[in-house]
Design a protein around this ligand. Structure first.
Ligand SMILES: [Zn+2]
Length: 492
């Protein structure tokens, strides 16, 4: 679109016979038309949203085609906000409005008094301005302290008195976020946290185009697509959403976590900051990315983790970033030019995991750190089975059973680690199954360490807290009750 050719007045716009000639159409009609166009040409919809191609996105498309206000119901970290922000792609690149209008009035149908007076006075000379589509999206996180003034607006008695106007005159309104989203998209995140009074206000605007502010009726026939997000349990809980508002939300669309580890890995790879400007080359082997993703999958199934809040996709994203940092830190300390992340780096990334788990009581007792370590260990076990389930690792286990012990300190260089791993006969011949080669020290060392960790995860060898591996020993008998202790008092 040629930005220089934009009409600067209402008259110029009227005379423009091209595609940009004046039409009065609602934002929902505009989005519908642009979406249909994209569907016909096969243009990509919702760039960067993965795993929803056959579930969520077709439902969002239907909602837009139906001109529905809609809500995305899902747990945290399910790309709800990303989808809503992606809706601007269905708006025109630029939209004309009456210059200076805070609520971006349509030149052919202004709703605020100032604009109506301006058009009546200046006619074709009324100046226009053009709004880029990014500025037509307004977003608000609902919290219990959000007020009518924040969302809809407030009346200013001083301004009213100065202008000699009646308080109910719209000229005295300080517009809130919703009127400022006029002719655009207004998104409210976590709708159930919005006070009932404001939900009623929203409903009135949607239904009748008017609303009461401090008891004064205000007429505001806004043209807005309203979209919301909510946690499904909060949304369906009785009394959280006023019924008339719920009735006016045309579509309820459920989001979900990635269905497969591969899908999750693709999302994480897209979002995580791993390509860092650095003179060092940092490689994160795929099997480690798989472990990180598997941690999120296992956490989502774990009964010690609160399922109502879910486990965000931000967990594996932050975790991969922390894994890279841990490898980067070691490489810098060791002054290595090329390094590969190791399983020890995943444990070092635990702070990126613990804060993202809402624990149930049982989990709280155990502690987030312990849960994170258990999840990593289980994830390693799964990934190890997938890649090396068929490998014959008996010689490696035997090496430990013959009394071999091996310590792999976190800070060891790749060369140091690899020479330690070489002592175990038959170990390094398996690194190829993990995409590594004996000739590439950083990758081979990382893969060798992962195999030992996998054997430990499957309880075929043992490991100390200090990353020392040794043979699995028969468990000592359970310690008996200490004899000196007074007997427990019975309850009855
Ligand atoms: Zn106006």
């Amino acid at each position: 679109m040629a930005t220089t050719a934009r009409p600067a007045t209402l008259g110029e716009w009227r005379r423009n016979v091209g595609s940009g000639a004046p039409v009065l159409r609602s934002v929902k009609d505009e989005m519908r038309a642009n979406l249909l166009c994209k569907l016909e040409t096969g243009a990509p919809l919702f760039d960067g949203v993965h795993g929803y191609e056959e579930t969520v996105l077709p439902q969002v498309v239907n909602a837009i085609l139906a001109r529905h206000n809609f809500i995305l119901l899902g747990l945290r970290g399910q790309a709800k906000s990303r989808i809503l922000r992606g809706l601007v792609e269905f708006l025109d690149l630029e939209m004309p409005y009456i210059a200076g209008c805070e609520i971006h009035d349509h030149p052919l149908s202004p709703i605020c008094r100032a604009c109506r007076e301006l058009v009546a006075e200046q006619g074709d000379q009324t100046p226009l301005a053009w709004l880029p589509r990014d500025e037509r999206y307004v977003e608000k996180l609902a919290t219990p302290d959000v007020t009518i003034a924040d969302i809809i607006g407030d009346v200013d008695p001083i301004k009213a008195a100065r202008g000699g106007r009646n308080l109910s005159d719209e000229l005295t309104i300080h517009y809130g976020l919703l009127p400022r989203a006029n002719r655009g998209i207004f998104a409210i995140n976590e709708l159930p946290d919005l006070a009932g009074k404001i939900q009623v206000g929203l409903f009135n605007i949607m239904q009748e185009g008017d609303v009461q502010i401090k008891g004064y009726p205000i007429r505001l026939p806004l043209d807005v697509l309203l979209v919301f997000t909510a946690n499904p349990e909060d949304y369906t809980a009785r009394g959280k959403i006023v019924t008339p508002l719920k009735d006016r939300i045309g579509s309820e669309i459920r989001t979900h976590y990635p269905a497969t580890v591969e899908e999750g890995m693709a999302i994480t790879a897209q979002e995580a900051w791993t390509q860092r400007e650095s003179s060092r080359q940092l490689v994160v082997p795929d099997y480690l990315r798989e472990v990180v993703e598997q941690v999120a999958f296992l956490a989502r199934e774990d009964k010690r983790v609160d399922r109502r809040s879910g486990v965000s996709q931000r967990l594996p994203i932050a975790c991969v970033e922390a894994v890279v940092s841990s490898a980067e830190q070691r490489a810098a300390r060791n002054r290595e030019g090329r390094t590969a992340a190791r399983i020890a780096d995943v444990y070092a990334a635990a702070p990126a995991i613990t804060g993202k788990l809402e624990l149930e009581y049982e989990g709280e007792l155990k502690g987030a750190d312990a849960i994170a370590r258990e999840l990593i260990r289980s994830a390693v076990g799964r990934v190890f089975s997938r890649h090396l389930g068929q490998a014959s690792l008996q010689p490696v286990i035997q090496w430990f059973e013959m009394g071999g012990e091996l310590k792999l300190p976190e800070g060891a260089t790749a060369a140091e680690e690899l020479s330690a791993l070489r002592r175990i006969q038959g170990l390094l011949e398996h690194v190829e199954a993990l995409g590594a080669s004996d000739h590439d020290a950083p990758l081979a060392a990382a893969a060798g360490e992962f195999i030992l960790e996998g054997l430990w995860a499957q309880k075929r060898i043992s490991r100390s807290e200090e990353r020392g591996y040794f043979a699995e020993r028969p468990k000592p008998p359970e310690p008996r009750e200490p004899t000196g202790r007074p007997p427990r008092r019975p309850y009855n």
